[in-house]
Design a protein around this ligand. Sequence first.
Ligand SMILES: Cc1cc2nc3c(=O)[nH]c(=O)nc-3n(C[C@H](O)[C@H](O)[C@H](O)COP(=O)(O)OP(=O)(O)OC[C@H]3O[C@@H](n4cnc5c(N)ncnc54)[C@H](O)[C@@H]3O)c2cc1C
Length: 427
Amino acid sequence: METYDVVIVGSGPAGMGAAFTIADKRPDLKILMLDRERASTGGMRNDCKMNFTFPIGFPTEYWEAQDANHYLEQVIEFLKPSFLPKTNIGIYQKRAERLGCTLLDIRQTHLGTDGGLLLIKALLVQLQELGVELALGEAMENIHNQERFITTEKREIGYKKLLVAPGRKGFHFLQDLMHTLNVPFVDNIVDIGIRVETRIEHYPIVKDYYDPKFYFPDKVRTFCTNSGNAHVVRERYATSRGDQWHSVNGHAFSADTHSDNGLVNFAILKTVRFTEPLASGQAFAENLGLQAALMGGGKPLMQRVGDFRLGSRSKEDSFSGDLYDFEPSLKTCCPGDISLAIPAKILRSIWRAMKNLDTIVPGVLHPSTIMYYPEIKLYANKPAYLDERFRVTEDVWFAGDGAGTSRGITGAWASGIRSAEGIVMTL
Ligand SMILES: Cc1cc2nc3c(=O)[nH]c(=O)nc-3n(C[C@H](O)[C@H](O)[C@H](O)COP(=O)(O)OP(=O)(O)OC[C@H]3O[C@@H](n4cnc5c(N)ncnc54)[C@H](O)[C@@H]3O)c2cc1C
């Protein structure tokens, strides 16, 4: 069995941040990075818009502004982003404040789905040049922590120190790992909401601010805005029993390589925090996902705002008849009634936020605007960390969205650096 000083599981931004940090600080170490896919599957691969201002992407239970800014500076120094210009922010901010809402002014970049793939490829080449060994298309399956080795579907791999950064899709995998390692954890927070799609003319703020971050009352916020050549997509998830459901998401291609489709999409999410006796936000979210799948014949639901306002379900002809204004970019969705599927308290908060948004950016509630449901974010694993560098046992560290230390590319990269510093200190 081959043994490495450090094994990094996951080549997303958390794994990358860690690998570059360790390779830089300790070029003498033997490092392996493995990923079940050939190119990481998270946000670097999908849309790749990056936010460089705290608190976006940094769960505040783990990050103080000062720490996050310290690591963000390192991410900026490494990635050398060119920030997108913004205009007229003051006008929107004033309108928002009058309604008790906030528009955050965030430093952003956008590479697009195609640009993100190019970045991943360039980073992987750079890592190899630094001597990091890559095993792509190989998944970690199990851990033998006493003997310090992991198993994949192909072999056993020894480690002195292990960093696990499997992202949101690795949520279940990480929970299984925590059971094996006896790491206590809770996952009592979940973000649930809808994805809104409309024409750019109905949400023109995106010409001033690529991904406007609005915060509304009741812990509701806008999230992940895409425009230009923008598409709503669906992601498949499976419960631990193997039942399938879909969450929607969105992405856009880079501005200069594809022609625009004239659409914009963004999520409106409500953060829900559970207390006793419900232990798992994940389980709750999965049940909502399954309920939506039940109503949509296995597909996510979509409804035009015009139908929603009248209290009627959308039908096939809502997408070709009266309310027709543009084609949904995600065709594999079921026209229906989202209000039958969303818990009343969540829907009330979201609809209130949308009405506020329509006052701040008039037009977004055009009758043709589409609301897709569900959009669910599973990044709320909260392991009991042993220190501030996300160590969970003597030889194992976690980082990234799956481990609850981030909620975005830059936060994940920062958390990878932070874990890597912890690892380097012990070698
Ligand atoms: C469709 C989509 C679009 C997004 N768009 C954006 C965006 O534009 N901007 C933004 O800031 N955030 C975006 N996000 C969120 C972003 O993906 C995450 O915040 C970020 O990627 C988290 O980084 P990570 O390293 O923790 O995980 P990931 O980037 O998810 O990387 C984890 C990697 O681990 C691998 N892996 C998982 N399990 C195993 C295993 N058992 N063995 C080996 N490898 C494994 C996965 O294949 C994956 O490549 C998006 C997410 C999605 C799903």
